[in-house]
Design a protein around this ligand. Structure first.
Ligand code: KIV
Length: 264
């Protein structure tokens, strides 16, 4: 590991230094290499892969083996950013022993440095077992997509007391950071001030210590529903469609391949 490589302690120190943290998802080698070269602080191999890579309607179906397969690709590409991998449903709900076994596989078989799990106070025992095993944990509170059926949809979470309790419990159990998903901005600001560990927001306003987005959303690759909290910084869907249509037309018209693409 080079000196410039982001580590868990360096990531935590960014909060005290007042430096905002950028995190994005990646699921394969090419994208991870591109993102890493920009200098973003962290890359998440998210279970959002279940939806954006595998085409499922929720994050529930993706398996541990599948996450590990994609995390290996990402790990091979990244030189600078902190690599965090989601614990897929229900690997962190089978008790601390099984959770250590699953998270241990993630760290052993990929080059990831940390895992993320959905949960706060309810997962305190699991977080502390993982941390005791030397496995850094990013917690995830607020909207927990793995609990979509229990929550009755992807809804903004507003229970202030519960959310503060969750973030504090995650910190006290040893989590080095916590994702705040889909909560009112003012509440996210309150939680961010109440904990010493960096908060990473998604749909949680500007006052979190950092932000995370799904890369497909940021690049304008997502078809259909895009959450309100997303900002698309590009329209790659249109760019790709135009490039592929041009290629198709060139092939049909005999314009591709041309002389410069051939061999003598
Ligand atoms: O799976 C994921 O991509 C996530 C983030 C968007 C927070 O959990």
């Amino acid at each position: 590991m080079t000196d410039s490589r982001m580590t868990v302690p360096k990531f935590v120190a960014l909060k005290a230094a007042g430096r905002k943290i950028s995190m994005l998802t990646a699921y394969d080698f090419t994208m991870a290499q591109l993102l890493d070269a920009t200098g973003i602080e962290a890359i998440l191999v998210g279970d959002s892969m279940s939806m954006v890579v595998q085409g499922h309607t929720t994050t529930l179906p993706v398996t541990l083996d599948e996450i590990i397969y994609h995390a290996e690709m990402v790990g091979r590409a990244v030189r600078q950013a902190l690599v965090v991998v989601d614990m897929p449903f229900p690997t962190n709900h089978l008790g601390p022993y099984k959770a250590v076994e699953s998270a241990g596989r993630i760290l052993k078989e990929t080059r990831a440095q940390a895992v993320k799990l959905e949960g706060g106070a309810d997962q305190a025992g699991v977080i502390s077992a993982l941390v005791s095993a030397g496995i850094p944990v990013m917690a995830h509170v607020g909207l927990r997509p793995q609990s979509v059926h229990q929550l009755g949809g992807y809804k903004v979470q507003r229970d202030e007391e519960q959310l503060l309790t969750d973030a504090r419990a995650a910190q006290d159990a040893g989590a080095f950071s916590v994702v705040l998903e889909c909560i009112p901005s003012s509440l996210a600001a309150k939680i961010t001030a109440a904990v010493q560990i960096p908060t990473i927001g998604i749909g949680a306003g500007p006052d979190c210590d950092g932000q995370v987005l799904v890369i497909n959303d940021l690049l304008g690759l997502t078809s259909g529903y895009v959450p309100r909290f997303v900002k698309a910084y590009a329209d790659l869907k249109t760019t790709i469609a135009a490039a592929v249509t041009q290629y198709r037309d060139d092939v049909r018209e005999g314009a591709f391949p041309g002389p410069s693409q051939g061999f003598r």
